[in-house]
Design a protein around this ligand. Structure first.
Ligand code: IPE
Ligand code: IPE
Ligand code: MG
Length: 266
């Protein structure tokens, strides 16, 4: 290597030798590890319908295949030491969809859990649900609650399913609770702190997401965890959810590990 190109490489890669450079390139493709693994990963699983359409299949085929991605990514997240995996499965706005599609989506948690609960238990996974139960069909709530019950003493990965979840509804409900406490004379409005509000959020007890992933090329939050994502790192991909693989998750986490989180500081 000529002196000039050596100097140029030094500028780009700091003081790494060529050997070290090769090693660091290999390293960047490894499965993420170390103490910088995001504790909480939240995913907006989007693109099931378009995945199906691109294959001439009905939208529900996309949702069905999306379920396989849920299994894959739960395992992969657990495998690298993620502590909480929140998956946006159905929003408070998704009721606007055709009835048949909504009905199919409402059966998916049952189907997923009837196939996977055994393995989730074996892997020490704790299932949680985050969302408004009121509008959900009884059979959907019953299936999820049974999984929550059977895994409540597990101490491994928390698999937090966001079902009929909407961040604005969640915050309005929290505001109502604070108002009730104030009216009852239990809370002085002038003394309300962020932590008083957070107590009433559906995510109470969980750390805020460190990393938010959204698939399918959409660059928006669609009413997902607006409060909790205040300082999360965002990672977007054009890949449709049914095709989201372990490697995509690792890519997202490797990128996360390269970022500097400053929280407004220096
Ligand atoms: C995500 O895929 C699953 C849910 C919102 C329930 P979509 O069904 O939104 O798929 P696209 O965005 O129409 O492709
Ligand atoms: C967000 O996806 C909700 C879920 C992934 C469950 P949508 O497909 O509903 O979002 P929009 O309508 O494109 O914003
Ligand atoms: Mg969508």
């Amino acid at each position: 290597m000529g002196l000039f190109s050596k100097w140029l490489r030094k500028l780009r890669f700091g003081v790494l030798t060529e050997n070290e450079m090769q090693q660091s390139q290999v390293k960047s493709e490894e499965i993420p590890s170390g103490d910088n693994i995001p504790e909480h990963v939240a995913i907006i699983m989007d693109g099931n319908g378009r995945w199906a359409k691109a294959r001439g299949l009905p939208r529900i085929a996309g949702h069905h295949n999306g379920m396989k991605a849920v299994k894959r990514i739960t395992k992969a997240a657990d495998g690298i030491g993620v502590k909480v995996l929140t998956l946006y499965a159905f929003s408070t706005e998704n009721w606007k969809r055709p009835k048949a599609e909504v009905e199919f989506l409402m059966k998916l948690p049952q189907e997923f859990l009837s196939l996977e609960l055994g393995e989730l238990i074996e892997n020490n996974v704790q299932v949680k649900m985050m969302g408004n139960r009121d509008l959900l069909p009884d059979h959907t709530v019953a299936a999820v609650e049974e999984a929550v019950r059977q895994t409540r003493h597990n101490t491994g990965l928390i698999l937090n399913l966001a079902l009929n979840y909407g961040s604005r509804l969640e915050m309005v409900e929290a505001a109502k609770q604070l108002a009730r406490q104030a009216v009852a004379g239990e809370l002085d409005p002038d003394k309300i702190e962020e932590s008083d509000f957070e107590k009433w959020l559906l995510s109470c007890g969980l750390p805020d997401p460190d990393l938010l992933i959204r698939t399918s090329g959409e660059l928006r939050l669609s009413n997902f965890m607006l409060w909790q994502l205040a300082y999360s790192e965002f990672w977007f991909t054009d890949v449709y959810w049914p095709e989201f693989s372990e490697e995509h998750l690792y890519d997202a986490i490797r990128e996360y590990q390269r970022r500097a989180r400053r929280y407004g500081g220096l």
